[in-house]
Design a protein around this ligand. Sequence first.
Ligand SMILES: O=C(O)c1ccccc1NCC(=O)[C@H](O)[C@H](O)COP(=O)(O)O
Length: 213
Amino acid sequence: MRTAIKICGISTPEALDAAVAAEADFAGLVFFPPSPRHVDTYAAAALAARGGGKIGRVGLFVDADDGLLRDAIGAGRLDAVQLHGEETPERVAQVKERFGLPVWKALPIATETDVQKAEAYRGVADLLLFDAKTPKDAALPGGMGLRFDWSLLSGWRGKTGWGLAGGLSPANVAQAIAETGAPLVDTSSGVECAPGVKDVDKIAAFCEAARQI
Ligand SMILES: O=C(O)c1ccccc1NCC(=O)[C@H](O)[C@H](O)COP(=O)(O)O
């Protein structure tokens, strides 16, 4: 089974071109100003025009209101919305209904209890993205290069509609897929040379490694 790949935090034409050339399935556009990968609607529109139908575009939001969602979805011509804040299952359903796009829900994982919380979103979110939980005082709720114990996801092997994120890199993504059977893998800082600065060679290496399996 081919593992889908999302390269998150794409903010430049060069990074987008590298993700397309490496045959990544999704480019993540971060609409969250505190992030070093933040894009505004103008940048998103330019990236959408460049990427066209060559790569899926996932807009990433943290507890966003409908106005931001509307503007970003339109400008970025988004194919999916990733909610990476404290959005409830009801908010996920509301976003799906109001905007008519697939909604991915990121779930912060550190313990088995965190994994069990995914049940509330099953059948509501189109994809559950299991990501490393960041410390309460962390600058960002994601994109911090932190990983979690992948064995916590042992009950998800063989299931669909989920993805693995958190600290994935060209060096460990093949092992992550082998250990978890993740249908999708997602990376941001693991393919950067500095916070928010994508490394085109690391993007290529990540996608090659993820396709080894
Ligand atoms: O990437 C960000 O800057 C970001 C900011 C705020 C919330 C989420 C963010 N990223 C979400 C992602 O989907 C990342 O790819 C995921 O957290 C994994 O990041 P990393 O551990 O750096 O690979």
